[in-house]
Design a protein around this ligand. Sequence first.
Ligand SMILES: Cc1ncc(COP(=O)(O)O)c(C=O)c1O
Length: 370
Amino acid sequence: VNGAAPEPAPRRRGVAPRDDVALMEGYYSPQIDVDVRLNTNEAPESPPAAFLEELSGGIAGIAFNRYPDREAVALRSAVAELHGVGVESVYCANGSNEVLQSLLLAYGGPGRAVALFEPTYALHSHIARVTGTDVLAGRRDTDYLIEEGELERVIAEGERTHGGANPVLTFICSPNNPTGRVEPTALIERALRRAPGLVVVDEAYGQFAPSSALELGAVDNLVVVRTFSKTWSLAALRLGYAIAAPEVVEALFAVTLPYHLDALKQLAGRLALSYGDDMAGRVERLVAERRRLVAALGGLAVEVCPSDANFVLFRPTAKDAKQVWGELVDRSILVRDISTVPHLEGFLRVTIGAAAENDAFLAALRASLA
Ligand SMILES: Cc1ncc(COP(=O)(O)O)c(C=O)c1O
């Protein structure tokens, strides 16, 4: 039509993400192509060759045209057997991160709060926020352990601000990432007695530690979370699990997508558990390497935190941590730079690798600090 205003350019419409989501920063762990990767607490060894062979043979037996077992009974039974519990007490998911997400989907949400103790694994608070759950963050003491008084303070705050059943989840990461120490059993027991909701003990590094909350047996508000990513040399598989009361497992299933565990993963997880001796050997080797690395760090200008995990937190005392991190990268060694994380200023975290990798790290660190 003559004289009509030109059509405006098509505008990109669409809905914006939730305001709180738009402000969120995703989880970020920089990956750089280096020879020695000691930044994400993975296992240095690949899984046993016999396991991989058995897995390859097993693939032909999978009915790929069919949906997998929705309840993953064979896999969950194998995990149950490992821990001496009933299958109804086991929930499996795609990595322990998904276990944590299921816990927050089932028990968190608007108007609800969880307790945790910083500095700790960032995904606890991140997933809480993604699910609209409030986060009550307590502080660890100067040794990075949780003091009973602080536990009490944060739980009481949850009850006061959110009502009697809050905090609905109290997260205890033990051994704690990124600081490394296991919580004394007495602290876990105290939390189980005092917390109005569930106590979630994240034991991603549990096998490297001298004690585990699993030793407490069946306690109705205890949830122990573990993963195949570290000890079982299977970070690529994405498989984790929780040991919890059957009612909790039922609640987790209620928020889980149907058929969330593919058939290959169910098979691989089940087979891996029949290689327990190989895995125990790997843990022993890593614990021995950890001892060796910590002893060697003792002779350098760094402050070292005691560790019950497969990583060690350390702080260069005579040189800027970022500069040390960069000089390690220059020598093709990647450690985790956490030097700007609140309460961990100046610290770096190194994963325990194979002996040769640890030697390369120590040589590069010595050179950087010289
Ligand atoms: C404390 C802790 N929990 C859970 C996870 C997640 O492990 P995944 O999802 O690989 O099982 C990690 C990974 O680094 C971790 O450090």
